[in-house]
Design a protein around this ligand. Sequence first.
Ligand code: ZN
Length: 120
Amino acid sequence: MPNADVHSQVTVVTATLTAVIGQYQRTGRIEINSVAFGLLSGAFASLPDWIEPAIHPNHRGFFHSWLVLGAVGYGVYQLYHWQPETGLGELARIVLLGVGIAYGCHLLMDARTPKSLPMF
Ligand SMILES: [Zn+2]
């Protein structure tokens, strides 16, 4: 199992790149809020292990499954393309993208281990 530090580092890099590239594609510039988004997402890198703590080798249940990874990926895709009309909507989009990307990165890293992920 990748440890919490590795989960955080990979999440921060992935989320920051997603935010910076997405913002540049939409606006043609890069602002500090996209970098802050990436850094904040690292706080959620261990969310799946908060839900299903790694207290034994078979801790990966439903919330560590391929099914949940697919659902999270679909949600992140939809959020990425959502264009809210209010500032509150944009804030919600950014926060949920950070949580979703952090969750997905965690599951992808766990999937690369010999135990991988359960289907459901
Ligand atoms: Zn995990």
